[in-house]
Design a protein around this ligand. Structure first.
Ligand code: AHR
Length: 487
């Protein structure tokens, strides 16, 4: 087995890893909300206020820090007033983006904010700019956060919520260059300035406003936006980038049936996130030292599973997705000086989902397990780390990230993207003297996945890691993700 040397300097703290980097996204799309997260109070599936208990438990386990809602493209057609009050009286609408299905608005503001409270996570709203009004968005913020007497705060009380909720993260529109209005950056930037003016900080609530940033490598969008929107108007801009094996939206490739070549292309495309963050942040830095980047949609996007509604974006999730998740999270950690949040698309039954459901059954995907193995990076300090690397099919085989938590524990996450080479890693630790190492591994055939008949085919297992002197030694088998906690 090939030996690779690695090193960590515990004295070299680079940046704070915001826990929101481990964030998620839930859109009114396919079976993400309805028949996914939300089954309704009358469902035979055990639920709390209509939200599946097994999903609440699974989200809590990974310490979900933030949840984005209600879209996506859906956000720019969503009218929040349709989603409050007596459910039977809520108006219905057509979800034109996603399958043309009827949206009955039974999951709305109260249901979403109550869920976030239940999970202990930050809500992240995407406001409607594409087809909404400044007044509508301003009213939403007042309805949610105002503690005093006003028609909107009183309406919230009448609908059953006495105290306001806290709302930090507010996105002003979504993909404004595309489904959110097909705007030019200059036009959107001016609209952004106008909309954000009326999104007020009520009753001690402080909004963290996010301007709709670029699609993939549209550096012109970032440049124009940043030249008009400054850090007085926005705390961050967003970036959307999906990993598509073929790189072509028309024919993306199957989630489960792929060649080794497709696999390596997928990982290469996922690694492109690093270049995107570097290039967009270099442009941002020309205008501001403070503005942050939020990758509020990322993940693998494949062709939908056969026999499913093409508008529902339902796909399986293999070990390939686990490797994509592992390398992407390591990239976000490595840029935590500028990336303050990232949201996987999407939480349940859509795209690179954490969880898949079928009736009362629930499956935790390999991607879910990676989030669980990485959760101790949340709110830790990124440490300098290095691994001697090995090229595999044009990409570096090993990806790693190391951080130290407030209590001095060190989390190391490694992945090996190679499909044929195992490595033995010997990692020197400078500036800390850990006494014990507790490690776990996620590994299987690259095409393996968890299904409703075999929900635990892929799950983390204990993995040996040995401390000798100031170094830790462990194996990193082909197609694996390893996390180690040193204490
Ligand atoms: O996540 C699915 C869709 O992808 C979102 O609605 C949109 O923002 C993006 O194009």
């Amino acid at each position: 087995m090939k030996k690779l040397r690695a090193a960590v300097n515990a004295l070299d703290k680079r940046s704070h890893i915001n826990r929101e980097i481990y964030g998620h996204f839930s859109e009114h799309l396919g079976r993400c909300i309805y028949n996914g997260i939300y089954v309704g109070e009358d469902s035979p599936i055990p639920n709390t206020n209509g939200v599946r208990n097994d999903i609440i438990e699974a989200f809590r386990e990974i310490q979900m820090p933030v949840l984005r809602w209600p879209g996506g493209c859906f956000a720019d057609e969503y009218h929040w007033k349709d989603g409050i009050g007596e459910k039977s009286e809520r108006p219905k609408m057509v979800n034109t983006h996603w399958g043309g299905v009827t949206e009955d608005n039974s999951f709305g503001t109260h249901e979403f904010f109550n869920l976030c409270e239940e999970l202990g996570c930050e809500p992240y709203l995407a406001g409607n700019v594409g087809s909404g009004t400044v007044e509508e968005l301003a009213d939403w913020i007042e309805y949610i956060t105002f503690d005093g007497v006003s028609p909107l705060a009183d309406l919230r009380r009448k609908n059953g919520r006495e105290k306001p909720w806290k709302l930090k993260y507010l996105g002003i529109g979504n993909e404004n260059w595309g489904c959110g209005g097909n705007m030019r950056p200059e036009y959107y930037a001016d609209l952004y300035r106008q909309y954000q003016t009326y999104c007020r900080n009520f009753s001690g609530n402080e909004l963290f406003k996010v301007a709709g940033g670029p699609n993939v490598d549209d550096y012109n969008w970032t440049d124009k936006l940043m030249s008009i929107v400054n850090d007085w108007h926005a705390k961050a801009i967003s970036l959307h980038y999906y990993t598509i094996p073929t790189g072509n939206f028309e024919s993306k490739g199957s989630a489960t049936k792929f060649t080794d070549e497709d696999y390596y292309k997928t990982i290469k495309n996922a690694l492109f996130m690093d270049t995107l963050i570097k290039k967009h942040s270099a442009i941002m830095k020309k205008y501001s030292d403070n503005m942050k980047l939020i990758v509020d949609e990322w993940g693998c996007w494949y062709d939908v599973e056969e026999g499913t509604n093409p508008g529902f974006l339902y796909q399986q999730n293999t070990m390939r997705d686990a490797i994509v998740a592992a390398v992407s999270l390591n990239i976000f950690n490595s840029h935590s000086d500028i990336v303050c949040m990232a949201n996987l698309a999407q939480a349940v039954n859509v795209l690179q989902a954490l969880l898949l459901t079928e009736g009362e059954k629930l499956v935790k995907t390999p991607t879910y397990h990676v989030f669980n193995m990485y959760k101790t990076h949340q709110d830790s300090e990124l440490l300098y780390s290095f691994t001697e690397n090995q090229d595999t099919n044009g990409i570096p085989a090993v990806s790693q990230s190391v951080s130290m938590s407030k209590d001095g524990k060190i989390t190391m996450t490694f992945s090996n993207a190679s499909l044929d080479e195992d490595f033995e890693i010997e990692c020197d630790i400078v500036g800390a003297a850990p006494k014990s190492a507790s490690a776990c591994i996620l590994t299987n055939d690259v095409r393996a996945y968890n299904d409703f008949d075999a929900p635990e085919k892929i799950k983390p297992a204990d993995h040996p890691a040995e401390i000798t002197g100031s170094s830790v030694k462990f194996t990193l088998p082909k197609c694996s993700v390893v996390s180690i906690i040193l204490s």
